[in-house]
Design a protein around this ligand. Structure first.
Ligand code: C2O
Ligand code: CU
Ligand code: CU
Length: 511
C-alpha cells in the first residue's frame, strides 16, 4: 500500500465508523439479536441449524460434513424440503410478499453467519461477516420477500472462512414463487428438478480435502480451489428416470471456483428462461450456457417424442484453461487440481421412461421487467479487478477493516449507478475470470468489451436480472444497478470463494 492509499484508508474508515454509529444505533453493542424485532409478524417461521454430520456419499466410509438442517415452526410444511442422502441444506420455498423469520442456530465449531444470496433484505438480515456469531449462539433473521420468482440460494459468509464452510457442505437452494410465474404453467412436480453443481476432492477414507485456512499466497487460494469429482445436489452423479416430456431444470453453480460450459448431449438446445434474478422476458435458445460460481440458470428441456430408454446428459464441455485463468504464472501452477477449469465433465444423466407428461407450450412472453430496467444512471464508477503483491484487488483495494467504506463506495438508497468492472492484466501475468457478485438488488448488464476470442463468452446470457456477473480476462463489463432501499453496509465481491476469502471483497454503504 502506498502512503496516499494508506492515509486515504485511515480517513475513510474513521469517517465511516462515525457514520456507521449514527446510522445504526445499537449495532455497536455486539449486534445482539437474541430478541426478534418487535412489530414484525412473520407469515413463515423457520429454524435452520448448522451442525457437523456424516453422510454416505461414496462406497465405504461415510463422509464428515457440515450441513444445514431445518424445521418449519410456522407456515406450510412444504416450505422446507429435505434432499435425501445429500449434505445440502433443505430447499426453502417462499412466495413473494411473505414475511419470513428464520432462527439460525450455529452448532459448528467456529463462527458463522448465513447470507441469502440474491435476496434484497435489510442490513441485519444480509449475513455480513461482522455479524458472525460464535459456535453455540443463535441469530434471528426477519425479512420480507420482495424478490421476483426465481432460484436463489443461501450459504455462510464469515470472514475468510466462506470457502471452507461452503466446501464442507453448507449451502442450500431458496426458491421464490409469485403470481406472474404461476400464470405460465411451467413444468412442475416431478417435471421440475434441481441441479446444484459442486466439485470436491476426497481422500482414500472418503473425507473431504481442502486447502489449509487463510494462507495468503497459497497457490490453490490464488486460482481458487477445484475439485476432482462432481457432486450433483450433494451426491455423486445420479441417473434419473424421467417422463418423455418438457422438464424444468434449475441450475446452481455452488462450486467454490469452477466455471461450467454447459450443454445437453444429443444436440438438444438449452432453452434458458431465467437467470439469477428470475425469469427473462423471452426464452433464449442456445447450445452452450456458461455458469460461473454463484450463478443460477432456469432451463427448459424438451424430451417429448424421445423413445423410452433414451439418455440425455448434462455436460460441461472442454474449453481452453486460459479462458478462465491465464497468464504465465497461472500456466505454471494450474491450481491444486488434476481436473483443471475447462476439463470436459459429465454432470448428470436423464433416462426417459415409457410415459409422457402433461403437454406444455412455451409462452412467447415470460415476464415483464419493471421501470428500473431502463432508469437513467446518475453516475459511472470504474472498478478495476487486478492482482498485486500476491493479492486479488477489487477497485484497487482488499477487504480489511469490517466497516471500512471508501467515498465512492457510499451510495444513496434507491439510486442508480453504472459500475464498470475492468478485468486488467498485470506485470506478473496473473489474470482470471472473476464472477463479481453484489449484495442487495439484482442488476442489469449493459455491455461487455474485450475478450471476444474467449470460448466462454458465447455461453453468457446478459438478457435478464442478475446478481453475479462473470468478467472474463481482459474484459470490461458495465452493469447498471439500482441500490437497495435498505440503508446499511452491504458487500460486493468475487464469488470464487478463495478470492473472496483472500480479500477480493469490499463493503458498500447505502445511505
Ligand atoms: Cu453468495 Cu456475498 O455471496
Ligand atoms: Cu450474495
Ligand atoms: Cu476472483
Amino acid at each position: 500500500m502506498d502512503r496516499r492509499d494508506f492515509l486515504h484508508l485511515i480517513t475513510v474508515s474513521a469517517l465511516s465508523a462515525a457514520i456507521g454509529d449514527l446510522a445504526n444505533p445499537g449495532l455497536a453493542a455486539g449486534f445482539a439479536q437474541a430478541t426478534p424485532n418487535a412489530g414484525f409478524a412473520p407469515d413463515i417461521e423457520l429454524e435452520l441449524t448448522m451442525s457437523p454430520d456424516q453422510v454416505p456419499l461414496l462406497p465405504g466410509e461415510p463422509t464428515h460434513v457440515w450441513r444445514f438442517t431445518g424445521r418449519v415452526l410456522k407456515g406450510p410444511a412444504a416450505t422446507l424440503e429435505t434432499l435425501p442422502s445429500s449434505y445440502l441444506g433443505p430447499v426453502i420455498r417462499l412466495r413473494r410478499g411473505q414475511k419470513v423469520r428464520i432462527r439460525f442456530a450455529n452448532r459448528i465449531p467456529e463462527d458463522s453467519i448465513i447470507h441469502w444470496h440474491g435476496l434484497d433484505v435489510p442490513e441485519l438480515a444480509d449475513g455480513h461477516p461482522r455479524l458472525a456469531i460464535a459456535s453455540g449462539a443463535d441469530y434471528v433473521y426477519d425479512f420480507e420477500v420482495t424478490n421476483r420468482a426465481g432460484t436463489y440460494w443461501y450459504h455462510p459468509h464469515p470472514h475468510m472462512r466462506t470457502g471452507a464452510q461452503v466446501y464442507q457442505g453448507l449451502a442450500g437452494i431458496l426458491i421464490v414463487q409469485d403470481a406472474e410465474e404461476d400464470a405460465l404453467g411451467l413444468p412442475s412436480g416431478s417435471a421440475e428438478q434441481l441441479c446444484v453443481l459442486q466439485d470436491r476432492v476426497f481422500d482414500t477414507q472418503n473425507q473431504l480435502v481442502y486447502v489449509p485456512a487463510g494462507r495468503r499466497g497459497n497457490m490453490a487460494m490464488m486460482t481458487g480451489f477445484l475439485g476432482e469429482r462432481m457432486l450433483i445436489n450433494g451426491r455423486p452423479q445420479p441417473t434419473s428416470e424421467v417422463d418423455a416430456s418438457w422438464r424444468r431444470v434449475r441450475l446452481l453453480n455452488a462450486s467454490n471456483a469452477r466455471i461450467y460450459k454447459l450443454a445437453w448431449t444429443r444436440g438438444l438446445p438449452m432453452v434458458i428462461i431465467g437467470g439469477d434474478g428470475g425469469l427473462l422476458e423471452r426464452a433464449v435458445r442456445q447450445q452452450i450456457l456458461t455458469l460461473a460460481p454463484g450463478q443460477r440458470a432456469d432451463v427448459l428441456l424438451d424430451l417429448t417424442g424421445l423413445s423410452a430408454g433414451t439418455e440425455v446428459s448434462l455436460e460441461s464441455r472442454a474449453y481452453p484453461e486460459v479462458d478462465a485463468n491465464m497468464g504465465g504464472m497461472n500456466a505454471m501452477m494450474r491450481g491444486n487440481s488434476k481436473v483443471p477449469n475447462g476439463a470436459p465433465l459429465r454432470l448428470m444423466t436423464l433416462r426417459t421412461r415409457d410415459r409422457n407428461g402433461p403437454a406444455f407450450r412455451l409462452p412467447e412472453r415470460l415476464s415483464t421487467f419493471d421501470e428500473s430496467w431502463v432508469v437513467r444512471p446518475s453516475k459511472t464508477r470504474r472498478v478495476p479487478l487486478s492482482f498485486q503483491r500476491m493479492e486479488w484487488l477489487l477497485g484497487g483495494r482488499t477487504f480489511g477493516d469490517m466497516n471500512e467504506v471508501a467515498a465512492e463506495e457510499t451510495v444513496a438508497a434507491g439510486s442508480t449507478q453504472v459500475w464498470e468492472f475492468a478485468n486488467l492484466s498485470n506485470r506478473m501475468g496473473m489474470q482470471a475470470a472473476h464472477p463479481i457478485h453484489m449484495h442487495g438488488r439484482q442488476f442489469r448488464v449493459l455491455s461487455r468489451s474485450g475478450a471476444n476470442s474467449n470460448s466462454l463468452r458465447s455461453g453468457i446470457i446478459d438478457a435478464g436480472w442478475t446478481d453475479t456477473v462473470l468478467v472474463l480476462p481482459g474484459e470490461t463489463v458495465r452493469v447498471q444497478v439500482t441500490f437497495t432501499k435498505h440503508p446499511g453496509l452491504y458487500l460486493y465481491h468475487c464469488h470464487i470463494l478463495e478470492h473472496e476469502d483472500m480479500g477480493m471483497m469490499r463493503n458498500f454503504r447505502v445511505v
